[in-house]
Design a protein around this ligand. Structure first.
Ligand code: NAI
Length: 339
């Protein structure tokens, strides 16, 4: 029975909370910004993940309530809430994966880059703490503008002497989730069977879905592909406008964030052939950071996969996105080196 198994697996350190012995090694996941619009449903989804044995929920305020609530769910992980900067170290200590959805979201009329001034500082201070308390954790960066916050994180880790490019990820999974949904909807395919790689970055035209590589194949006109590409690029704005000032995507983002963290955990646990798109340090193009398919392994990034064959339309878009992505990367690096 579950209870017998739980007793058999319990240790002195974690009495009777370790419900499953079938879920692999102990893994601690920390969510920074856990009381927010993304953070709360993400905490719920991570609590439902049997690969997690400890779930640390951190925010500047509000986490004790979220943690108490989520902790009553009868799944494997032991949940703890941490509020305020003096508890950040405890939240991070021993983490295998740190997910960061901390910071302000967009309002109508804003680009992701408009968030830079506030979120860059938040990301910098959180990453400084990660370097100190869990330098080996895989970092899943959700805070926007991802195109700049990932380079900021890299610079902070470099300064601290802890940077490992295999362990830093910009979460672009929501772009893939949207591309799959929109493609399957338009082609009338079973969305569960659909795959669409999305490369580049995570803002406007830097989001480049590769519908020429989508499976199963659908017979779309050039106009259809253009419309699907634009809808994928503007998916976030669609939600921002519909929420009319109350923020950006939170539920679909929590789903996407949970999916990506799960892939990271599977990779750490040695599951073979775990491949997801992510914005990482990359030699796939001349830009130092770029999103593409990544094979996840026991140390994080196992392999950054090549882009594969592109259509003429995708080649054009790739060329067009590079100057914007490059500027966003430089902006992040400059911020980190100046402050
Ligand atoms: P929110 O405002 O609802 O929640 C943000 C949370 O971060 C709040 O609870 C706040 O207290 C917390 N926070 C602020 N400063 C903090 C600090 N120093 N340490 C820890 N926590 C801190 O915002 P929401 O909607 O959850 O969005 C969060 C971020 O995720 C935004 O930057 C948004 O742009 C980004 N985002 C990224 C997406 C992606 O695809 N990568 C998609 C959607 C949103």
């Amino acid at each position: 029975s579950a209870i017998a198994r739980s007793n058999a697996s319990s240790s002195a350190r974690i009495p009777c909370r370790n419900y499953s012995v079938d879920s692999g090694p102990e893994r601690k996941v920390a969510v920074l910004g856990a009381a927010g619009g993304i953070g709360q449903p993400l905490a719920l989804l991570m609590k439902m993940n049997p690969l997690v044995s400890k779930l640390a929920l951190y925010d500047i305020a509000g986490t004790p309530g979220v943690a108490a609530d989520v902790s009553h769910i009868n799944t494997r992980s032991e949940v703890a809430g941490y509020a305020g900067e003096d508890q950040l170290g405890k939240a991070l200590e021993g983490s295998d994966v740190v997910i960061i959805p901390a910071g302000v979201p967009r309002k109508p009329g804003m680009t992701r880059d408009d968030l830079f001034n506030i979120n860059a500082g938040i990301v910098k201070s959180l990453c400084t703490a990660i370097a100190k308390y869990c330098p080996n954790a895989l970092v899943n960066m959700i805070s926007n503008p991802v195109n700049s916050t990932v380079p900021i994180a890299a610079e902070v880790f470099k300064k601290a002497g802890t940077y490992d490019e295999k362990r830093l990820f910009g979460v672009t999974t929501l772009d893939v989730v949207r591309a799959k949904t929109f493609y399957a909807g338009k082609a009338n395919l079973n969305v569960a069977e659909v795959n669409v790689p999305v490369v580049g970055g995570h803002a406007g035209i830097t989001i480049l879905p590769l519908f020429s590589q989508a499976t199963p194949k659908a017979n779309f006109s050039d106009e259809d592909i253009k419309a699907l590409t634009k809808r994928t690029q503007d998916g976030g704005t669609e939600v921002v406008e519909a929420k009319a000032g109350k923020g950006s995507a939170t539920l679909s983002m929590a789903y996407a964030g949970a999916l990506f963290a799960d892939a990271c955990l599977k990779g750490l646990n040695g599951v073979p052939d775990v491949v997801e798109c992510s914005y990482v340090q990359s030699a796939v193009t001349e830009l130092p950071f770029f999103a593409s398919k990544v094979r996840l392994g026991k140390n994080g990034v196992d392999e950054v996969l090549e882009l594969g064959p592109l259509s003429d339309y995708e080649k054009e878009n790739l060329k067009a996105l590079k100057p914007e992505l490059e500027a966003s990367i430089e902006k992040g690096i400059k911020f980190a080196s100046q402050s």
